[in-house]
Design a protein around this ligand. Structure first.
Ligand code: C2O
Ligand code: CU
Length: 513
């Protein structure tokens, strides 16, 4: 990502620090609106307003480093936060200040983004937009107030590093939580390739080279025909929309057929066990940390009730199964029976699944290829949820709106917003205090989980609050947000390969300096 980062930094400098120089040169710029940068007074003021008397300071340390991980019968060398993937669970109460010291032991520059949090802009972790990259061997201290309770996660915002083992969960507890559950399981889903013969960076390069001979051993795996068993597929000439990796719910469901799908860092060969007592009500916090895979999840013999989407409460909805796009989180409750049950996450539109074993009593464990009937019954998407009354946006008409036309192609491999690739995309300008409508218009045959940093928007049709939402092929989806968190905010597809090849822009607060 070095070239993109460098250009973005330069552009950021021209847009932020360069303002004063321009003002000096052109006296007419007095009334000109300029970008509110991460170091602006408005950012500090918004943070001050978030601090609550009595909030604690919670400290943690993250060490991105090269590591050998056991995925369950398979050792891979990769990068992770510490010795595990997912990395350490971070947990604070809403209103607490979280201070995380990052010690970058990688050979590459990195960053940490706090996905879903409406935090101070200068701590958002986007190199070239909110901070300089953390150099190899370098350190950085993140420190911010965690404003809203919910299930969040953290990951690098540097290249395709997220597709290695660099991710972990951040839970923000509600000190006033009514506590309508007895136990909690955190379920992190991931699509895995690193250390199995190619790295995410090589996959990205192969996608960008698009089917010429430099794709090397892809041909050995049978090229397009190798989709089902190779480590990649669909990267040649836009074939993804025609064969393989199709989902009735999502259309084109991905660009990469991964060799493994993980639940809490484990393959189906040696899955994690989740325990509780029979009859207990369990809150499951689902996080999709995958880079190119949506997961369909269900628990054998049970229905679940979805209670939260992307951290925010919804009107509870019972369902058999749940579809989770990359970057989305859902909380669901389940009343668990006595015995042994599979929790299965299938890779939507792909071959393969991830598994956890729920054990509350005696019984034989499921096999790795266990089929769960609930997966083929009622499948819920985040777009059908409605907001809980407490988190509905006030009714108000939009002060301005922006269209984001989502497009792209497989050859050349590039993904666009309004026809342009980041950092050449046009920023989406807004002013603090406005109600802003974003209209996602998908002109491609793939789904895109669109993510906005620093805000939890509301779906206009249901009010549900989300920060990441699946936009289906050829569909249009409107969301509203209140411009209450000044700064420069990345807005992008959470397919990390789409984001990295262009499908990203900036939600750019403007103000007078
Ligand atoms: Cu998890 Cu820019 O996002
Ligand atoms: Cu996308």
């Amino acid at each position: 990502m070095s070239e993109i980062t460098r250009r973005a930094v330069l552009r950021g400098a021209a847009g932020l620090a360069g303002v004063a120089a321009l003002g000096g040169l052109a006296s007419c710029s007095r009334s000109t609106e300029t970008a509110v940068g991460p170091a602006a007074d408005a950012v500090a003021a918004a943070e001050a307003a978030r601090r609550k008397p009595g909030g604690r300071l919670v400290t943690a340390r993250l060490t991105p480093q090269p590591v050998t991980l056991d995925l369950g019968g398979r050792a891979v060398s990769t990068w992770a936060y510490g010795d595990t993937a997912p990395g350490p669970l971070l947990r604070v109460d809403a209103g607490d200040v979280l201070r995380v010291d990052v010690d970058n032991q990688l050979s590459a520059a990195t960053s940490v983004h706090w996905h879903g949090l409406a935090l101070r802009n200068d701590m958002d972790g986007v190199p070239g937009m909110t901070q300089d990259p953390i150099a190899a061997g370098g350190t950085f201290r993140y420190e911010f107030t965690a404003p809203h309770p919910g299930t969040y996660f953290y990951h690098p915002h540097s290249g395709v590093q997220l597709d290695r083992g660099l991710y972990g969960v951040l839970v923000v507890d509600d000190p006033h939580e009514p506590g309508r559950y007895d136990a909690e399981w955190i379920v992190v889903l991931d699509d895995w390739v690193d250390g199995t013969g190619r790295t995410p960076d090589q996959i990205l390069a192969d996608l960008q080279e698009g089917g010429d001979d430099s794709m090397g051993d892809m041909h050995d795996m049978g090229g397009m025909e190798g989709m089902d068993h190779g480590s990649m597929g669909g990267s040649m000439g836009g074939m993804h929309g025609i064969e393989g990796m199709q989902s009735p719910l999502l259309g084109g469901a991905g660009d990469i057929a991964y060799p493994h799908y993980l639940l809490n860092g484990r393959t189906t060969e040696d899955p994690v066990t989740l325990s509780a007592k029979p009859g207990q009500r369990v809150r499951i916090r689902f996080v999709n940390a995958g880079s190119d895979t949506a997961f369909r999840v269900a628990v054998g013999g049970h229905r679940m009730t979805v209670t939260h989407s992307d951290g925010f409460p919804v009107l509870p909805v019972p369902t058999d199964a749940l579809l989770i796009g990359m970057g989305e989180r859902f909380d669901a409750t389940i009343t668990i029976g006595e015995g042994v049950y599979p929790l299965v996450a299938t890779a939507e539109g792909k071959q393969g699944q991830a598994l956890a074993v729920i054990r509350t009593g005696a019984g034989r464990p499921p096999t790795g290829d266990v089929k769960v009937r609930e997966l083929a019954r009622q499948v819920l998407l985040g777009t059908v949820l409605s907001a809980a009354e407490s988190v509905r946006l006030d009714p108000r008409s939009a002060d301005r709106s922006h269209d984001l036309v989502l497009g792209g192609s497989m050859a050349p491999y590039r993904w666009t917003i309004n026809g342009k690739t980041f950092p050449d995309t046009d920023p989406l300008q807004l002013t603090q205090g406005e109600r802003v409508r974003l209209r996602f218009v998908n002109h491609s045959m793939m789904f895109h989980p669109m993510h906005v940093h620093g805000h939890t928007f509301a779906l206009t049709n249901s009010g549900a609050r989300k920060d990441t939402v699946i936009v289906r092929p050829m569909a249009t989806l409107d969301v509203d947000l209140d411009a209450d968190n000044p700064g420069q905010w990345a807005t992008h597809c959470h397919n990390i390969y789409h984001a990295e090849t262009g499908m990203m822009t900036t939600l750019s607060y403007q103000g007078q300096e």
